[in-house]
Ligand binder design. Structure first.
Ligand SMILES: [Fe+2]
Length: 217
C-alpha cells in the first residue's frame, strides 16, 4: 500500500432514512390497567371483531378502528397527540396542519396469535402502544423498505453483528408502556405469541393508530 493511503479519510452520508420513533410512557401501570379493562369490555361487546392482519382462528382479536373516540382511551390519545406534535415540529411539517389520529384500534393476540406482514395505506405515520406484553408474546419485525436492497448477495462476517447500516430487518421486543411510531408504508409483521403465562396474563395486548395531516381550524 502506498504510504499514507491507510490514513485517507472517507466520509459517508446517509440519505433516505427510515425513522422509527420510540418512547416510554411514564408511570404507565395505571393507564394500562384502565386500557386492559376497556379493551376486554370492547371484546365482550364484539367478540368477532374485524379481520385485518390478525388471524381470528389462531387467537387474534382486532377491534373496530374508532377507539380514539371512546373516552376510556383519552389518556393514551393524549400521549399520542404529544408525540405527534413533537414529530410535526421536528420534521418541518406545515404549521397549518397537525398530525392527527385518524383511526385507532386494539389487537389482542392470545397464545398462537400473530399478524401477517402488512402496511397501513392512506396515512403518513402508524404507531403501536404495548398495553400488556408477557415474555415471548411476539416481536414486531420491520423489513427493509428498499426491496432492491433485499436482492444483494453481500457476504458478511459469519457470527458477527452487522453494522446497523447493513440491516435488512429489525425486531422490537414488546414492552408494556412503550410506544413505537413508524412510517405507514413500512412493512411489518408480528411473530406468534408463545407466552406460557396462565389465562389472560398470556395475552399480548396492544393499541395501534394511524396519523394523518389535518388542517388546523
Ligand atoms: Fe400494523
Amino acid at each position: 500500500m502506498a504510504p499514507g493511503l491507510s490514513e485517507v479519510s472517507v466520509k459517508v452520508a446517509r440519505y433516505f432514512p427510515t425513522l422509527v420513533f420510540s418512547l416510554e410512557v411514564p408511570d404507565s401501570e395505571l393507564l394500562n390497567a384502565r386500557l386492559i379493562e376497556a379493551i376486554y369490555a370492547a371484546r365482550e361487546r364484539d367478540e368477532t371483531g374485524v379481520r385485518k392482519s390478525n388471524f381470528p382462528e389462531l387467537g387474534g382479536w382486532h377491534s373496530h378502528v374508532k377507539l380514539h373516540k371512546d373516552a376510556a382511551f383519552s389518556g393514551l390519545v393524549q400521549h399520542v397527540d404529544a408525540a405527534a406534535a413533537k414529530m410535526n415540529r421536528e420534521l418541518g411539517y406545515h404549521r397549518s396542519y397537525r398530525l392527527k389520529i385518524g383511526t385507532m384500534w386494539s389487537i389482542v393476540n392470545s397464545p398462537g396469535g400473530l399478524n401477517r406482514a402488512h402496511i397501513h395505506p392512506g396515512c403518513i405515520w402508524s404507531g403501536v402502544y404495548y398495553v400488556q406484553a408477557p415474555r415471548n408474546s411476539g416481536r414486531i419485525e420491520f423489513i427493509d423498505p428498499r426491496t432492491q436492497n433485499l436482492m444483494s448477495g453481500v457476504k458478511y462476517i459469519t457470527g458477527a453483528k452487522r453494522p446497523r447500516d447493513c440491516w435488512k430487518k429489525v425486531r422490537y421486543k414488546p414492552l408494556a408502556g412503550r410506544m413505537l411510531i413508524f412510517p405507514a408504508w413500512l412493512y411489518h409483521s408480528v411473530g406468534p405469541n408463545r407466552s406460557r403465562a396462565k389465562g389472560k396474563d398470556a395475552d399480548r395486548v396492544i393499541v395501534s393508530f394511524n396519523l394523518s395531516q389535518q388542517r388546523r381550524r
